[in-house]
Design a protein around this ligand. Sequence first.
Ligand code: FE2
Ligand code: FE2
Length: 167
Amino acid sequence: MGFFSRDINTMDDLFVHTLRDMYYAEKQILQALPDMIDKAADPQLKQGFQTHLGETRNQVKRLEEVFRLHGKEVSGVDCPAIDGIIEEADDVAGEAADKAVLDAALIAAAQAVEHYEISRYGTLVAWAKQLGRNDCAALLQQNLDEEKATDKKLTAMAESNINRRAA
Ligand SMILES: [Fe+2]
Ligand SMILES: [Fe+2]
């Protein structure tokens, strides 16, 4: 189903579609993170990815709770955007032989994922409130806060040692 297909007529349809897009995206991220944990050379980065894997599992559960609260079946829809971001990360990380360069590539890829998630969750929180679903908005806000915190940690790592060692 395309983003502006005829199946999306109301704000509620759009909200549920975007919820399903994020449900699919989080599941793809769950599959991609173990590989990023394996590849990361810096122990702090490895630990950071490990922590976010645990958070991501909880985020999937929160999304399932949002579906339940909103009375919709839990399901995902293909999200070509996240597939592309993850695919590009695999390509770039697969080519970097130097460990520090590889870590820099992994951080950059992870930040692209976080920014995608921040954008989508920001939208979902706003739409949930607009639809009078403050209960759903509160859960989505928790996911948003975790993505923002992860993005900040990645920036701090990129700015401290990892990028400097790669230079
Ligand atoms: Fe996430
Ligand atoms: Fe994330």
